[in-house]
Design a protein around this ligand. Structure first.
Ligand code: 5AD
Ligand code: SF4
Length: 427
């Protein structure tokens, strides 16, 4: 199964290659390959990853050509707005969105406060329509390997926090590389997220070996290792990692201090900035539904994410988890999360928005609903099941599977049903 279709190099300008996908052009960064005009290549996250032999590329493109345009048609139909019934206030806000004008804080608050089903439907459709105009029907599907559930931190919301008595595991370096090879060779993933708690047993040497080996598979490596040192992120960039996922968790310093004892929000934000500065593609965001959070905090969270210049927004609802200090906290409603996705799409039209596993955990159909409310990115858990079950950051985590092929098929079927192509066409 391919998650990225090959593109044809049509122009080279220094380290930028212009790639053509059935007439659509994308600029991608080329650091790793010797290529010439006319070559077929795979790109992911705006980075050129590998050559594809002409014969193989043409075979894949033949299979895709008809489907490529059919899916776009389905997507266009689903994102077009015919019926417009809403309060004058909402219509005015949506008009601003259509004209690409900045929303006021009150506009954003009004969006988060919507309750009528009819208005919510219009809101989600409007966000979906902006997503369609800005990103077309591409939807990235990244694989995730959760390689260690050891963590030195004690975040109040998290099911693998240091003080929680759970069975801990560390995959060996060989096991991690094997899981990555399987994800790439057997399942076709072109981008892999390597995630763990803050586990210092994975030191520079071990992580460098892992990144160097996985880089040989020509995939985009996303690090999700927590608040590790700037130096480590630099070394792993040199080893070939090009993307990093690190949420600031909340922009509200008081809430941050209460739920992340010993940690410091400014340092965390600075690290995200440093990582971006190093050249990493970044995904960042927050957790919704923390104690004392208001809708203003949610708005500030979206604005802070945008100001960090992410390739992807990653935010999801708190899933209160047994045995953690927040086990009795109420979880945010699915609609609040969908409204936040829609609002994020209005505020940051160009970035990707991820439907998180936490949202999928909240509601089985949330994946589809999130994608129809402005999101355009998904993750599939590629961790061996016996480990994934222990990576219990929250209760009943969705997507833990011993049949990855079936999960991929379900995901691709869902994407096709709403006209999305499981492919990343670059930046
Ligand atoms: N519910 C939802 N998300 C959680 N995370 C940790 N614990 C929970 C929970 N109980 C999120 C954090 C972290 C990401 C890896 O998982 O935001 O950044
Ligand atoms: Fe560790 Fe991350 Fe969980 Fe915090 S949220 S305890 S840093 S795994």
């Amino acid at each position: 199964m391919c998650y990225a279709i090959p593109g044809k190099v049509i122009e080279l300008k220094k380290n930028i290659a212009v790639i053509d996908y059935f007439g659509e052009k994308r600029n991608v960064l080329n650091e790793f390959l010797e290529i010439k005009v006319g070559d077929y290549v795979y790109a992911q996250g705006g980075i050129l990853l590998n050559h594809v032999e002409q014969e193989k590329a043409e075979e894949i493109l033949n299979f895709w050509e008809k489907r490529f345009f059919e899916l776009k048609e389905v997507d266009k139909n689903l994102s077009s707005i015919e019926k417009v019934e809403a309060s004058p206030n909402l219509l005015e806000i949506l008009q601003k969105v259509n004209l690409n004008q900045e929303l006021t804080t009150k506009d954003m608050q009004d969006i988060l406060a919507l309750t009528s089903n009819q208005e919510l439907e219009l809101l989600y459709k409007s966000a979906n329509s902006i997503r369609q105009k800005e990103h077309d029907n591409a939807c990235c599907v990244h694989g995730i390997i959760e390689f260690s559930n050891y963590c030195k931190e004690n975040c109040f919301y998290c099911g693998i926090r240091k003080d929680k008595n759970i069975t801990r595991y560390r995959m060996t370096v060989a096991e991690i590389i094997t899981a990555a090879k399987k994800a790439v060779h057997d399942h076709g993933f072109k981008a892999l997220v390597l995630q763990s708690g803050e586990d210092y047993d994975f030191d520079e040497e071990k992580l460098t070996t892992i990144v160097t080996e996985i880089r040989k598979l020509n995939v985009l490596i996303f690090l999700s290792l927590g608040q590790r040192s700037k130096h480590l992120y630099q070394k792993l960039y040199q080893a070939g990692a090009r993307a990093a996922l690190l949420r600031f968790e909340t922009s509200n310093e008081q809430i941050f201090n209460e739920i992340r004892p010993g940690a410091n929000l400014k340092d965390r934000i600075q690290l995200i900035k440093d990582i971006k500065e190093m050249g990493y593609v970044i995904a960042t965001g927050f957790i919704m539904g923390l104690p004392k959070e208001t809708s203003n905090d949610i708005i500030n969270n979206i604005l802070l994410t945008k100001s960090l210049g992410p390739d992807m927004h990653s935010f999801g609802p708190l899933i209160p988890t047994t045995g953690t200090p927040l086990e009795t906290q109420n979880k945010p409603s699915k609609d609040l999360v969908l409204k936040t996705i829609a609002l994020t799409r209005f505020i940051d039209r160009k970035s990707k928005i991820l439907v998180t596993t936490a949202l999928e955990t909240l509601d089985k159909d949330a994946r589809r609903q999130g994608l129809l409310a402005g999101a355009n990115s998904l993750m599939i858990n590629a961790t061996p099941k016996h480990n994934a079950e222990l990576y219990s950051i929250y209760d009943n985590k969705a997507g833990v599977t011993d049949n990855l092929q079936e999960t991929i098929k379900d995901t691709v079927d869902l994407l096709y049903s709403i006209g999305r192509a499981p492919t990343d066409l670059g930046i």
